[in-house]
Design a protein. Structure first.
Length: 89
C-alpha cells in the first residue's frame, strides 16, 4: 500500500475554518511547512533612541521585510538573542 502524501495546511480565512481544520485528524500533516514563531508577551514600557549607520538600518529593514515583521521587532529579537546567549555562558 503506498504511503499517503503529507497533508498541507490550507489558507484559513476565518476562525470557523481554523477550528474545523483543527478538529480533523492531523497525524498526516506535513510539519516541515511551519516556521518557529515567537509571540510578543511583555508590554513595551520603555523607549530607546540611538543613532545607527544608514546602511545598517537599510539592511535591518530589508531583512525584516523578508521575514514579514517590523524592523523594530527584528532589532528587539537580536538584542534578546544576544542576552540569552550571554546568559548561557
Amino acid at each position: 500500500m503506498p504511503t499517503p502524501s503529507p497533508k498541507t495546511v490550507p489558507v484559513l480565512t476565518t476562525d470557523k475554518d481554523a477550528e474545523d481544520f483543527l478538529d480533523q485528524d492531523l497525524s498526516a500533516l506535513d510539519f516541515t511547512q511551519f516556521k518557529p514563531m515567537r509571540f510578543e508577551a511583555l508590554p513595551k514600557s520603555a523607549r530607546v533612541t540611538m543613532r545607527l549607520p544608514e546602511p545598517l538600518i537599510t539592511a535591518l529593514k530589508a531583512q525584516a521585510k523578508a521575514r514579514g515583521i517590523p524592523y523594530q521587532r527584528l532589532i528587539r529579537e537580536a538584542l534578546e538573542r544576544v542576552l540569552a546567549e550571554d546568559t548561557k555562558r
